[in-house]
Design a protein around this ligand. Structure first.
Ligand code: PNS
Length: 160
């Protein structure tokens, strides 16, 4: 259908967790098209390359109206390129708020058409973050319940 709203869920996804998946599922029930966009962010030291992150995500996300992509540069420029004005972000706890608020307002300052919509993950994921999963994996802990199977497999190989 033409003129469908495209919602973009951007992030580092280093790696994708079950908390991200929960947000993706929720967004896919609200918007006709959701693009999960992996940031190719040179200012950030990522554990997984964009190719690795995309690979794990393509194996883990099988929802009809959800597409997976990557972008470099400014998020507002990417949104413009694909004809979107909606950004989805997950908000877990108050500690996320300041960073998210700053980012949403900066994106709106760069392009006043951009709206950021915050979705709350299920309460069982409020403590979960990619950085914690990476730390647990690198220290040999059990992180199986926190990530989709494809991510678990790739991480086990990386941290063996
Ligand atoms: O998962 P993250 O690391 O919290 O995601 C942050 C991300 C990738 C959404 C943000 O860093 C971003 O949009 N980067 C692209 C560059 C950009 O547009 N920077 C200005 C945003 S304030």
């Amino acid at each position: 259908m033409k003129n469908e709203i495209i919602a973009v869920y951007p992030g580092s996804f280093d790696p994708l967790t079950k908390g991200h998946l929960d947000i993706i599922e929720k967004a896919s029930k609200i918007f006709p098209v959701v693009v999960v966009a992996v940031a190719n962010n040179y200012s950030k030291q990522n554990t997984f390359s964009v190719t690795e992150r995309l690979g794990m995500m393509k194996e883990s996300i099988k929802i009809k109206n959800v597409k997976i992509d990557s972008f470099s540069g400014l998020l507002v420029d990417y949104l413009d390129n694909i004809g979107s004005f909606v950004v989805i972000r997950g908000l877990r706890a108050l500690s996320d708020f300041e960073y998210e608020f700053q980012m949403a307002l900066m994106n709106r300052t760069l392009n006043n058409k951009i709206e950021t919509i915050f979705l709350m993950p299920d309460h069982k994921y409020t403590f979960l973050s990619s950085s914690m999963v990476r730390e647990i994996a690198s220290l040999g802990g059990n992180f199986k319940n926190f990530v989709p199977p494809a991510v678990y497999k790739t991480m086990k190989k990386k941290f063996k």
